[in-house]
Write a protein that binds this ligand. Structure first.
Ligand SMILES: Nc1nc2c(c(=O)[nH]1)N[C@H]1C(S)=C(S)[C@@H](COP(=O)(O)OP(=O)(O)OC[C@H]3O[C@@H](n4cnc5c(=O)[nH]c(N)nc54)[C@H](O)[C@@H]3O)O[C@H]1N2
Ligand SMILES: Nc1nc2c(c(=O)[nH]1)N[C@H]1C(S)=C(S)[C@@H](COP(=O)(O)OP(=O)(O)OC[C@H]3O[C@@H](n4cnc5c(=O)[nH]c(N)nc54)[C@H](O)[C@@H]3O)O[C@H]1N2
Ligand code: SF4
Ligand SMILES: [Mo]
Length: 814
């Protein structure tokens, strides 16, 4: 294994699709013996037992915010009284920083004891979504689920059963809810013949597919710790101050590394974000979905002023100019020709052209292009906001062009243009069983697979593993997810599809709380929280300082809640695969067994007994992670996994897909990372009716919808729609006024935050608020998915949930 491959395995082991988390058992075994990166492991204080009967138990917050924090539960008389966080180590940057939980994690008590807590198994009695249920016993629930599964498998086949996306306990190991293929529900289903799989995720569908064609597989970037070595940092649509929020998380590495290099930092975002928030040198507001046009304008400056790294482009890339185009490509279909106006559109991508589209002044574009040219290599990163759009595949590929033109890939202080990467500690995961069903749909198209599966083929809807969908979805497992309603786009459409309980016949929701998704269940199974069971917690993005946590049972299970391991074991028994499922172990025995397997590969880790005391294990790598370092050093010996082995600016694969797939007139798949106007973008004719671009963002008030029912957090970070004073004044809206946001898909009422922190003609709403409709289907919580569309992006068939056109008006007080 090359060192580069080894490093990329290390960091991706547990997160993104192309290197499969599900095969981690084998690869960790191979890895642990061959890790050559030097690291220091931390010392830790054992949690001191307190006086009286108070005990302090290490637990964790395992939600999907990208961080992962230890929580120290102070328990008295079997009740969590208060919550503290990591207090171990010296808390020096670069030497065991404390992994301090954010306000959300510190309010965990309020989730555990929340009035919304699901108390016992329930069965629907009203219509789906009405929220009317009757209490049933666990035996009844298990029997009904197993009987229905047997019937549906017999009548339709295993591919009629679907595991919905859910990330509520992504950070767990036994309880891990994402990716669905690595969950205990998948283990259960695979032992019973399999289920309809999905590919992609709501987080990264467009960038994962887009940059896969550029770099091959999941695209890596340097770790944030490498910002200490750079001269210029540009963050496109990346807001770690909110999205990587904990003390152990990336905002810490971002801030501390920037303090070392003092590199100029530019934030490009339609909003003045918390990441900018006084730490930036320049905020360049950009019209949503136009980043690829900005890139083209910058490329024009770099090319015409002779600032590109031609040697790098010739040696490592395909299709920058005619010289490196594949034989199958047409003349002038290279990137340079596209920029200089010699390509098929004949348009020169001057800064003036880019300025018109992006709303950024010409001078700013020219100056930025020159700055980049003078600061090579530079650190160019993108978050995932700009790819969660209808042209997100092209936009994410375009940003990578800046790293390529400046020859920044594979070196210190450089970048690839993807999102920041990091290192993780190899850990043996719950063994999965292969899925015998080969068919897979985009995670975004499950609603379509319920009601129009017969139309869905490889070329129309991106079905993979089969030419077409043979069966509709008849049953959904929804474990630790709120994508059944709240987090999936276009809530009113989903509602209508789910109303027909002859179409999808059975929905099982496993959750802690009565969420909007739980209201659409046929059977609800109340799950334990992290505080009520033992598990390993990990998978944080932690730059070069990864860690894992032994989260232990702090309190007894509340009410009648049971854990996912017990639920799946009981159903497995009824399906005739009980022994295969448990292999004779209890949950506690699995927890110990997985660690014993991990320690076999890495004996330097603390013993199980010691982990019980110390709760957290941290590792500090002395190296930053430099993406594609070995490829840069020797591209012949260490080729990329693209078809050419090089970085593909022009992708022959995409040229073929563009020819073969059936696309709508306004959909573009292109071999080059070109700019195209987005659907529901600023030039869409629909702007005549709905003139405002509504973009979403991941908000500090919640992790998606999780923690959305904690009143204290709601009060400190209120749900409001951001609107520029110019747009507010035109509509007679003042700060704090109640407004209606609406389009043809629905209507939301929420107070306005009138602020110059957002571009005119653009409005923004934090995603994840708990959908609260009135009798007229008007939402009063600010749930953005009432307004988003289920029309997928062209290539990834992903979720364009940040591409929406709306109108806003003041709501008259009555
Ligand atoms: N408009 C719009 N929509 C979006 C996004 C956007 O940017 N804009 N973002 C998308 C993205 S990136 C993502 S990742 C998805 C996230 O969507 P989801 O994965 O659905 O995330 P959450 O809303 O946090 O839902 C997690 C669920 O898990 C439950 N949960 C928490 N802890 C436990 C536990 O211990 N056991 C069980 N059984 N359940 C538990 C919570 O109560 C909650 O119902 O949303 C997507 N939706
Ligand atoms: N507090 C908190 N943290 C979270 C989450 C959460 O819900 N709450 N969710 C977690 C999850 S699952 C994920 S996937 C990540 C999501 O991480 P991201 O997808 O990176 O987060 P977003 O807030 O959607 O987008 C980042 C920024 O992109 C900007 N943006 C939107 N459109 C454009 C555009 O067209 N161009 C440019 N340049 N910028 C644009 C937004 O204004 C925002 O500031 O966050 C994770 N962290
Ligand atoms: S929400 Fe994220 S940052 Fe906050 S405590 Fe939980 S894991 Fe840590
Ligand atoms: Mo996500």
């Amino acid at each position: 294994m090359t060192k580069q491959k080894q490093q990329s395995d290390l960091m991706n082991l547990t997160r993104r699709g192309f290197i499969k988390a599900t095969s981690a058992v084998g690869s960790t075994a191979a890895l642990a013996s061959s890790i050559s990166l030097p690291f220091k492991s931390s010392s830790a204080n054992a949690a001191e037992p307190k006086a009286n009967d108070e005990k302090v138990v290490w637990s964790a917050c395992t939600v999907n915010c990208g961080s992962r924090c230890p929580l120290r539960m102070h328990v008295q008389n079997g009740e969590i009284k208060y919550v503290e966080t990591d207090d171990t180590g010296d808390d020096e940057f670069g030497n065991s920083p404390q992994v301090r939980a954010c306000l959300r994690g510190r309010s965990m008590r309020r989730r555990v004891y929340n009035p919304d807590r699901l108390k016992y198994p329930m069965k629907r009695v009203g219509k789906r979504g009405e929220g009317k249920f009757k209490r049933i016993s666990w035996e009844e629930a298990y029997d009904e689920i197993a009987d229905t599964m047997k019937r549906l498998i017999k009548d339709y086949g295993n591919d009629s059963i679907y595991l919905n996306y859910g990330t509520g306990t992504l950070g767990g190991t036994v309880t891990k809810s994402w990716p669905p293929a690595s969950t205990l529900v998948a283990r259960l289903m695979n032992l019973c013949g399999g289920y309809l799989n999905h590919y992609g995720d709501y987080s990264t569908a467009q960038i994962a597919e887009g940059l896969h064609h550029t770099y091959g597989g999941w695209a890596l970037n340097n770790s944030f710790s490498d910002l200490a070595n750079t001269k210029l940092t540009i963050q496109f649509g990346n807001n770690p101050a909110e999205t990587r929020m904990s003390g152990g998380g990336l905002i810490h590495h971002y801030v501390e590394s920037k303090n070392i290099s003092n590199a100029k930092t530019i934030v490009i975002d339609p909003r003045y974000t918390d990441t900018a928030g006084g730490r930036e040198d320049q905020w360049i507001p950009i019209r949503p979905s136009t980043d690829a046009a900005l890139v083209a304008g910058l490329a024009h400056v770099l090319i015409t002023e002779d600032l590109v790294d031609q040697t790098f482009l010739d040696k490592y890339c395909v299709g920058y100019d005619e010289k490196t185009l594949p034989a199958s490509a047409l003349k002038h279909s290279d990137y340079k020709s596209y920029i200089l106006g010699r390509g098929e559109d004949g348009v020169e991508k001057t800064p003036a052209w880019a300025s018109k589209i992006t709303g950024i002044p010409v001078d700013t574009i020219v100056k930025l292009g020159r700055e980049m040219g003078a600061s090579k290599p530079c650190a160019i990163y993108q978050g995932w906001g700009l790819q969660r759009t209808s042209n997100g595949e092209l936009a994410s590929r375009a940003i990578a062009m800046l790293s390529l033109l400046t020859g920044s890939v594979g070196v210190q202080g450089g970048s690839t243009g993807a999102r920041e990467s990091g290192l993780s500690i190899p850990f043996v995961r719950f063994p999965t069983v292969p899925n015998p069903v080969p068919t897979s749909i985009s995670m975004f198209l499950w609603t379509d697979a319920i009601h129009r599966h017969h139309e869905m083929t490889a070329k129309t809807d991106g079905v993979r593993g089969a030419e077409r969908l043979a069966n509709p979805i008849k049953m959904i497992w929804n474990y630790a997810g709120n994508c059944l309603i709240n987090q999936h786009a276009e809530i009113n459409r989903t509602h209508n599809i789910l109303q027909d309980d002859k179409a999808c016949e059975m929905i099982v929701v496993v959750d802690n709380h009565m969420t909007s998704s739980a209201k659409y269940a046929d059977i609800i199974l109340p799950d334990l929280t992290t505080s009520e069971q033992d598990d390993w917690a990990m998978d944080a993005y932690a730059s070069n300082a990864p860690y894992f946590i032994f989260a232990q049972k702090a309190i007894e299970p509340q009410f009648e809640a049971k854990g996912i391991y017990e639920m799946c074991s009981e159903i497995a028994k009824r399906m005739g695969v009980g022994q295969e499922f448990t292999e004779g172990r209890t949950q506690e025995e699995w927890v110990e067994h997985l660690y014993a397997e991990t320690r076999k590969q890495d004996p330097s880790l603390p013993t199980f007994e010691e982990m019980k005391k110390r709760g957290i294990y941290k590792r500090q790598y002395e190296h930053d992670f430099i993406a594609y370092e070995d490829f840069r050093k020797d591209p012949e010996a260490n080729p990329l996994t693209t078809p050419s082995g090089k970085i593909e600016i022009y992708s022959e694969t995409l040229a073929n897909i563009a020819k073969e797939w059936e696309l709508k007139e306004d959909e573009v798949i292109h071999p080059l990372p070109i700019y195209v106007d987005s659907i529901e973008g600023h030039k869409d004719p629909l702007t005549a009716k709905y003139p405002l671009q509504l973009t979403g963002f991941h908000y500090k008030a919640r992790c998606h919808s999780t923690y959305g029912n904690v009143a204290e957090i709601k009060a400190v970070a209120r749900q409001e729609v951001w609107i520029n004073p110019i747009d507010a004044e035109e509509r007679g809206i003042k700060n704090g006024d109640m407004v209606a946001i609406y389009n043809d898909r629905g209507e939301v009422h929420i107070p306005a935050k009138v602020t110059p922190r957002i571009l005119p003609r653009v409005v923004a709403l934090g995603e994840g608020a708990w959908y609260s409709p009135d009798g007229q289907k008007v939402d009063h919580a600010g749930s953005i998915n009432v307004l988003t569309t289920q029309r997928p992006s062209p290539l990834a068939k992903g979720n364009p949930q940040h591409s929406n056109l709306v109108q806003i008006k003041a709501v008259k007080k009555v």
